[in-house]
Design a protein around this ligand. Structure first.
Ligand code: 3PG
Length: 214
C-alpha cells in the first residue's frame, strides 16, 4: 500500500508556515491571519506546551486551515498529534524507529532528511515527499538539484534558513513542491499580536510561483 502522499496538500500553497505558538489563543489568531493571507497549510511545531491544544483549537475554529504537527521527534507524538487534529506530520530528522512508526501513520508525513543516504532510506520506506532540514546548512538548492538525478521520484519540502531572499530559487526546482519557513510568522509579530503584518507576509508568500505546479 502506498503511504499517504502530502503532494495534494502541498498543491494548496507554495509556502508552509512553520509556527511556534506561545498559547492556544495566539495559535488560533495566527491561523486566521495566515489563512486570510492565502496560506492554508500550517505546521505547528510541538515545541511549546500549548502546541497540541493549539492544533485542536485551529482544527475546530479555523476550518479553512489545514493544520499539521511539526517537530515530531518521538513516536508517541504521532498519535497525540493525530488525536489533536493534525492532518499531516513533519519531522526534522528520521532515526529508524521513528521512520518506521511514521510509515504507519494514517495521514501524510514529510520526514526529515539531510543526506542522500537518509533520502534513500526514507524513499525505500515509501515516503514520496521529504523535508530537507536544515536546508540552507546542509546544501540547500544545490543538494536538492543533485538528488534529482539519482532519485528522480522523490519530491522535497525544504525548510531551515529559507526566507524572502532565497525562496524563489528553491521554488524554481521541479522536485521541490513547496518550502517551509518561519519568516511568514515572526515570533516578534506573534508576541505583539501584529496579525496585520502576518497577513501581509502570508499574502506575499502565497503569490510565489513554483516549477512543480506550472
Ligand atoms: C524549523 O523546523 O525550525 C523550520 O525548519 C523553520 O526554519 P526557519 O526558522 O529557518 O524558517
Amino acid at each position: 500500500m502506498p503511504l499517504p502522499d502530502p503532494s495534494f496538500l502541498l498543491a494548496r500553497a507554495p509556502v508552509v508556515p512553520v509556527v511556534t505558538v506561545p498559547s492556544v489563543a495566539a495559535g488560533v489568531k495566527l491561523a486566521k491571519a495566515l489563512t486570510e493571507g492565502g496560506l492554508p497549510l500550517i505546521e505547528v511545531t510541538l515545541r511549546t506546551p500549548a502546541a497540541l491544544d493549539a492544533i485542536a483549537a485551529i482544527a475546530a475554529e479555523v476550518p479553512e486551515a489545514i493544520v499539521g504537527a511539526g517537530t515530531v521527534t518521538r513516536s508517541e507524538l504521532i498519535q497525540k498529534s493525530i488525536d489533536a487534529g493534525a492532518r499531516f506530520l513533519v519531522s526534522p530528522g528520521c532515526p529508524p524507529a521513528l521512520a518506521e512508526a511514521l510509515a504507519e501513520a494514517p495521514v501524510p508525513v514529510m520526514p526529515g532528511c539531510a543526506t542522500a543516504t537518509e533520502a534513500m532510506t526514507l524513499h525505500a520506506l515509501g515516503f514520496p515527499v521529504l523535508k530537507l532540514f536544515p536546508a540552507e546548512s546542509v546544501g540547500g538548492v544545490g543538494l536538492i538539484k543533485s538528488l534529482a538525478g539519482p532519485l528522480p521520484d522523490l519530491r522535497f519540502c525544504p525548510t531551515g534558513g529559507i526566507g524572502p531572499g532565497n525562496v524563489g530559487t528553491y521554488l524554481a526546482q521541479s522536485n521541490i513542491l513547496a518550502v517551509g519557513g518561519s519568516w511568514v510568522a515572526p515570533s516578534e509579530a506573534i508576541a505583539l499580536g501584529d496579525w496585520e503584518q502576518i497577513v501581509a507576509l502570508a499574502k506575499a508568500a502565497a503569490k510565489l510561483s513554483r516549477a512543480a505546479f506550472p
